[in-house]
Design a protein around this ligand. Structure first.
Ligand code: 4H4
Length: 250
């Protein structure tokens, strides 16, 4: 996979390319990351990338030309057909399903904006998809772009040591994860749940399925409305829990 990025702060991407799972994936050659700075495509003495908004108001807007020219340069160095993704609060909320789709593409280009935003004509002409990391505002698109890249990279075959671990993540089946424990067996008053010490793998599997469902029901009931994949045991548990709630409501 090849991920291209447009950013006024290319150095920030070292946080991704030099550390942890994503750093190792780059080192192993599982993907190429190319970061291009639109400032290198300015033509004036002051290397201007932004200007005042037409119509007035606070802040500055990113100019079309440095973005368009840096994008053309990036496209020359990448496989054809890479979708151009702009990260902004106006985009669709990123989900694990969206991340999974990106992880199957040969290439993707991410645009990280600064200031109050990007001239709308660049978006109309060059952006294929607009995605958001959530309903809050950060000061630049770099962290949103890195966040999406990190989520994509860890799904690339070979990126996680254990091939199974991505399949077991929260959201991969539309549910939250079950709780995890490691040594020691007792921390203060808190004991590891005894089922996990039983060696009964079927019982452990059932307990974890039940925990995942209970936590989702308690903390993120919205996920249960939007297509979580439940096993037979979980479907029965959920139906039972819903029945109980109905009775209490009456
Ligand atoms: C846009 C900051 C608009 C402030 C931005 C304003 C996100 C997000 C994000 C850089 C851009 C911010 N990107 N998901 N959430 N003037 N980007 O916050 O409207 O307040 O992806 S403003």
């Amino acid at each position: 996979m090849h991920i291209g990025v447009l950013s006024l702060f290319p150095g920030m991407f070292a946080a991704l390319t030099e550390y942890g799972v994503s750093g190792r994936a780059v080192e192993q050659g599982l993907l190429d990351v190319s970061v291009v700075n639109p400032r290198d495509f300015t033509t004036d003495k002051h290397r201007t990338v932004d200007d005042k908004p037409y119509g007035g108001g606070p802040g500055m807007v990113m100019k079309v030309q440095p973005l368009a020219d840096s994008l053309a340069h990036l496209k020359e160095r990448m496989p054809a057909g890479a979708p151009v993704v702009y990260l902004s609060p106006q985009g669709q909320r990123i989900t694990q399903a969206a991340v999974e789709r990106f992880s199957t593409l040969p290439a993707v280009i991410m645009v990280a904006g600064r200031y109050e935003g990007v001239d709308e004509r660049f978006i109309e002409e060059h952006v294929d998809e607009e995605w958001s990391i959530g309903d809050f505002v950060v000061s630049g698109g770099e962290i949103p772009a890195m966040l999406l890249m990190d989520a994509v990279i860890r799904l690339l075959p070979g990126a996680l040591g254990d091939e199974q671990s991505a399949q077991q993540d929260s959201f991969s089946d539309g549910l939250l994860d079950y709780p995890h424990y490691t040594r020691p067996e007792r921390v203060g008053e808190r004991q590891v749940p005894s089922v996990l010490m039983s060696g009964d793998h079927e019982k452990i599997r059932q307990w974890r399925a039940e925990q995942a469902l209970a936590r989702t029901w308690q903390r993120r009931p919205d996920l249960l409305e939007s297509g979580a994949e439940l096993n037979e045991q979980q479907s029965k548990m959920l139906a039972h829990a819903r029945q109980q709630t109905k009775v209490e409501d009456q």
